[in-house]
Design a protein around this ligand. Structure first.
Ligand SMILES: [Zn+2]
Length: 84
């Protein structure tokens, strides 16, 4: 798979550290571009990051909307949200 950001280099699968602000959440599987440095976390990694962040109270509890039921599509959007 080619990098969607620069379109030049091929992405490499590796584990990369994920930080949110100055909190280190752990190393997660991602596809990384050796050329421009683009990092794309895998779907599984995104779920793990999301769960970890919620555990730490970094996100996911601020919105009162969270108390209401969400459609599966909205849930997917949340899980796949990329913190950039
Ligand atoms: Zn790239």
């Amino acid at each position: 798979m080619k990098c969607p950001s620069c379109g030049k280099a091929k992405l490499r699968h590796r584990r990369v550290p994920f930080t949110h602000g100055n909190r280190y959440l752990g190393d997660f599987e991602a596809d990384v571009c050796p050329d421009c440095g683009e990092i794309l976390f895998t779907e599984t990694a995104s779920e793990l990051i999301n769960a970890r962040a919620k555990q730490l109270g970094l996100w996911g509890k601020k919105s009162s909307r969270d108390r209401h039921a969400r459609s599966p599509r909205e849930k997917r959007a949340l899980v796949n949200r990329n913190p950039e």
